[in-house]
Design a protein around this ligand. Structure first.
Ligand SMILES: [Zn+2]
Length: 483
């Protein structure tokens, strides 16, 4: 019998003998755990502070791109606000890349003259000699088609018109690797259909692997138009210009706030989001929401004067978008704690209506999480444990064997899904919902990622949910069991 199970049974037996067990309390946690969870939920739903802070930060400092002064000012302000909450803040030095976009455009010259709705991909090179290039375009719908038409690619601009129906994880490779693959066949540039199920002529940026040719995303509408033109046999000619280039790395920092564990301060429950955004985006949704909900967890527990048995640690990472240097640095600094980290949870898939967490770890740990969710969060609809999705910032920890989770939320604007661009794909246990095509990806990495996409109520709900999960896990008699 596993030690944790033995301990769990002993605890259950002890509590059953000493105290009358409340029917709604999970046997894994002491009876007052339910009262604590309810107090956390009440406190979370009584304050709009997360929304107000995101609105202030995004309105005041704007995009928080790695290497920018705006990011550093936003970090300074966040630190000051955390201190006003009575929290002590630890800053972890991180060197981050500094990529500069400069001016850019893509102009259709044939069969008609039209400015294409484009945005350069992060980490791309610029067009050679700081001049525009003019080339014929070839439109493909997959890497397979690119391979089949390889002899026709030399000297052209490759356009990847890839339908997002396949979801983010299956299509993002065209953004990250499209330029590299096109360059291998002699292309001079690459354009990619924006990573979104739906567009209003809004191009979505994102990181690409740096290679010798420049690359950009174009709007859904422009991508599909180019595909129609090719299907008709019309010759497509595009003028393309990007000034993008790299500067030397710049200093930045992760921000960390904690509630020290009362009994086992060296054992930690880690959770967080990222403070940086793309240079074109206010990054309210991606990921001020996740970062500030994590901070709010610590503020709530501190305000309620609750002391978990283990340490609760919120990490506000930098440079998730174009390098993940904050995640790398955190892992290097805390490698020795890998075995003492009960779970790492990231919130970077939106802070809309929370449904629960996804989880990657042992079946035994999953079953414990399911019990916590059922006992403490079912009442507010966010106690589910699903899939295996994990975020970039915690992935070094997950790779080292730390059980990992991700806050799962749904933008209710996807509506019934029956006649909607964000249509349904099977994703148990939510058969009607595909998070990859939820409203999150309508705004992801665009200038439309602004605070009006968030709601005070949803942020309260996310904070309540993340706080109850993390506080409950920190109060277990054992670290979450590993495979
Ligand atoms: Zn993000």
């Amino acid at each position: 019998m596993a030690l944790w199970l033995l301990v769990a049974i002993l605890v259950l037996v002890t509590h059953t003998q000493v105290l009358p067990r409340r029917p709604e309390a999970t046997p894994l946690l002491p009876p007052q755990a339910k009262d604590d969870a309810d107090a956390i939920i009440d406190a979370a739903f009584s304050s709009d502070i997360v929304y107000e802070r995101i609105a202030y930060m995004t309105d005041t400092f704007g995009p928080r791109f790695s290497g920018s002064d705006a990011l550093e000012k936003a970090l300074d302000w966040t630190r000051e606000e955390m201190e006003k909450d009575g929290l002590s803040v630890v800053e972890e030095h991180v060197m981050v890349p500094s990529w500069v976009r400069g001016r850019e455009f893509a102009r259709l010259l044939s069969p008609r003259v039209k400015e294409l709705h484009m945005v350069g991909l992060g980490m791309s090179v610029g067009t050679p000699g700081k001049k525009s290039l003019v080339a014929k375009a070839i439109v493909v719908s997959s890497f397979q088609e690119l391979d089949q038409r390889a002899s026709d690619v030399q000297g052209k601009i490759v356009v990847y018109n890839v339908n997002f129906d396949q979801g983010y994880s299956n299509t993002v490779k065209y953004r990250t690797l499209g330029a590299t693959r096109a360059e291998n066949y002699g292309a001079v540039a690459a354009l990619v259909h924006s990573m979104t199920p739906y567009g209003l002529q809004t191009p979505h940026t994102g990181a690409t692997r740096t290679t010798g040719i420049p690359s950009a995303a174009i709007s859904v509408e422009d991508s599909r138009m180019l595909a129609r033109m090719q299907a008709r046999g019309q010759e497509i000619v595009i003028e393309f210009y990007m000034e993008a280039h790299m500067l030397t790395d710049k200093p930045s920092r992760n921000l960390i706030v904690e509630i020290k564990g009362a009994e086992k301060p060296d054992e930690v429950v880690v959770f967080g989001g990222h403070m940086d955004s793309w240079d074109i985006a206010d990054g309210a949704m991606d990921d001020a929401g996740g970062a500030f909900v994590s901070w709010e967890v610590v503020r709530l527990i501190h305000q309620l004067k609750l002391r978990p048995r283990r340490t609760l640690r919120a990490v506000l990472f930098v440079n998730e978008e174009n390098g993940a240097k904050g995640a790398e640095q955190y892992y290097l600094n805390h490698k020795h704690e890998s075995k003492l980290t009960s779970i790492a949870i990231e919130s970077d898939e939106g802070t809309f209506t929370p449904l629960g967490i996804s989880f990657q770890g042992s079946a035994a740990a999953r079953s414990i999480l399911e019990q916590i969710g059922k006992a403490f969060l079912a009442g507010i609809g966010s106690g589910n444990v699903s899939g295996q999705s994990i975020g970039t910032d915690i992935s070094p920890m997950c790779d080292a064997g730390v059980p990992c989770g991700s806050l799962v939320t749904l933008d209710p604007r996807v509506g019934s899904l029956s006649n909607n661009p964000c249509k349904t794909f099977s994703n148990p246990p939510y058969p009607d919902v595909n998070f990859g095509t939820s409203g999150y990806f309508w705004y992801h990495h665009t200038q439309s990622d602004t605070v009006d996409k968030l709601s005070p109520r949803q942020l309260q709900h996310c904070a309540a949910t993340l706080a109850v999960w993390t506080y409950s896990i920190a109060n277990l008699d054992f670290l979450l069991p590993r495979s």
